[in-house]
Ligand binder design. Structure first.
Ligand SMILES: CC(C)(COP(=O)(O)OP(=O)(O)OC[C@H]1O[C@@H](n2cnc3c(N)ncnc32)[C@H](O)[C@@H]1OP(=O)(O)O)[C@@H](O)C(=O)NCCC(=O)NCCS
Length: 207
């Protein structure tokens, strides 16, 4: 029998995660925790089991948990949830869509998801609690920190270093070998040719 997985966060990113989880077939979805949803109701066809304050009790029932909250401008919510679940002793699995590819030599941290048609190439490292979204490419030997979101169709060329808590927007292209500092936000559709300091919101415009 499949092990059950508790999902944390019932927004749009969760819908996409459900499709990956169903296709990968490793876990069955127990239900959702979300402070904005009424316990006992339904979310994308699965029961809402409780709110954040119910996590200690739910974690005893469901030791496997996965964060399905999305992340754009700030990783704060996902970071807080990750710390809470880790402190409760939850198992935070790595999820790789069967339609994606992560090289044998690549390394993925706990709680990270690689979504449909994404690629994590040879010797790349992706930290904990990251989203490698649909059709994103992380090329050879990249180092991606913890709590990062590489959004749909973004391309991170070889040997790029991305520090913790970075968001790289849809379709952005990051030139090989550059360094993106912690907490940076890279706007969708941008081309990043040089290093980006920590905390920068990069939209391609000259400041
Ligand atoms: C970078 C981003 C977070 C900035 O959002 P914001 O702070 O709300 O900024 P605004 O939309 O108010 O735009 C501020 C200015 O920057 C420009 N700008 C914003 N994002 C831009 C981008 N990606 N490329 C070029 N210009 C951009 C806007 O045109 C605006 O210019 P103006 O001051 O001349 O009018 C947002 O544009 C973005 O890229 N979001 C990510 C979308 C995405 O990838 N989603 C994927 C989910 S899987």
């Amino acid at each position: 029998m499949k092990e059950q997985l508790l999902l944390i966060g019932g927004g749009g990113h969760a819908a996409a995660c459900i499709d990956v989880l169903r296709l990968s077939g490793i876990f069955s979805i127990a239900g959702f925790v979300d402070p904005a949803l009424e316990p006992g109701t339904n979310c994308f066809g699965y029961p809402v089991l409780g709110r954040d304050e119910d996590l200690p009790a739910l974690a005893r029932l469901y030791p496997n948990a996965f964060i399905t909250v999305g992340q754009i401008k700030t990783p704060t919510v996902r970071m807080r949830l990750f710390a809470t679940l880790a402190a409760l002793g939850c198992n935070l699995p790595r999820i790789v869509s069967p339609l994606a590819h992560a090289a044998d030599s690549a390394n993925l941290g706990a709680g990270t998801i690689v979504m449909h048609f994404a690629l994590v190439n040879a010797y790349a490292r992706v930290g904990k609690n990251c989203i490698v979204n649909t059709r994103a490419v992380i090329e050879h030997e990249c180092h991606i920190g913890d709590h990062c979101h590489i959004a749909v169709g973004a391309v991170v060329c070889g040997n790029v270093t991305v520090e913790d808590g970075v968001f790289i927007g849809a379709g952005a292209v990051c030139r090989q070998g550059i360094h993106i500092g912690a907490g940076a936000v890279i706007g969708c559709g941008t081309t990043v040719l040089t290093d980006i300091p920590a905390g920068t919101i990069f939209t391609g415009k000259k400041c």
